[in-house]
Design a protein around this ligand. Structure first.
Ligand SMILES: CC(C)(COP(=O)(O)OP(=O)(O)OC[C@H]1O[C@@H](n2cnc3c(N)ncnc32)[C@H](O)[C@@H]1OP(=O)(O)O)[C@@H](O)C(=O)NCCC(=O)NCCS
Length: 161
């Protein structure tokens, strides 16, 4: 809990970095309410990830260098206990020094100790550093794609259907 403010800043910086490469809108133009919910440290998510026992920070001399947010899911993809990694990031200054790898391994090891048999991680297909990092630990990417339905857009049919 004491890390919340610093972790929040770092996660938002990482999200902002990603947006600046992929989306033309200026960060300042996005709605503040919407931004407050972004990420695993966002409003409504942080408590869950805090209590999962699968979220960690990399810290030195009180500085937060990296974060990883994960939780255990049950009976997904026919797997009883599955670790779901929602987001991770390392401060740009500390990248390529093994922090991401150590955090990822920590989540995998802790998940195994908690009874998980598999780890799934949310990776954007154009995020080469993240793909290479996961591969280094032994992750593989299959061609599985997930179809999404935004339930805010759900057109509800007549009640009898
Ligand atoms: C992806 C990220 C977390 C990696 O963290 P990191 O601490 O720099 O990674 P590590 O130093 O532990 O690197 C481990 C391995 O990952 C791969 N890797 C990491 N960054 C890489 C890069 N820029 N290019 C190619 N491979 C890379 C390498 O195989 C590396 O091993 P090596 O250094 O022995 O070659 C970091 O780049 C980051 O925070 N990016 C922005 C946020 C983000 O994209 N998060 C991922 C969301 S899933």
């Amino acid at each position: 809990m004491k890390d919340l403010i610093k972790v929040r800043d770092l996660e938002l910086d990482c999200i902002r970095e990603y947006f600046s490469k992929t989306i033309e809108n200026r960060w300042e133009d996005f709605d503040e309410e919407w931004k407050a919910k972004l990420g695993a440290s966002g409003r409504g998510s942080f408590q869950l990830y805090l209590e999962s026992g699968l979220s960690f920070v990399a810290e030195e001399d009180g500085e937060i260098m990296g974060f990883i947010f994960a939780q255990m899911l049950h009976h997904v993809y026919n797997v009883e206990n599955l670790v779901w990694i929602e987001n991770m990031g390392v401060h740009p200054y500390f990248r390529r020094s093994g922090i991401g790898y150590r955090m990822l391994r920590k989540v995998a090891e802790t998940g195994a100790d908690m009874g998980a048999t598999v780890v799934h991680s949310a990776i954007q297909p154009d995020n080469l550093p993240s793909i290479m990092l996961h591969k280094k630990l032994g992750f593989f990417m299959d061609r599985r794609e997930v179809a999404l339905l935004d339930l805010n857009d759900l057109k509800r049919g007549p009640k009898s259907v």
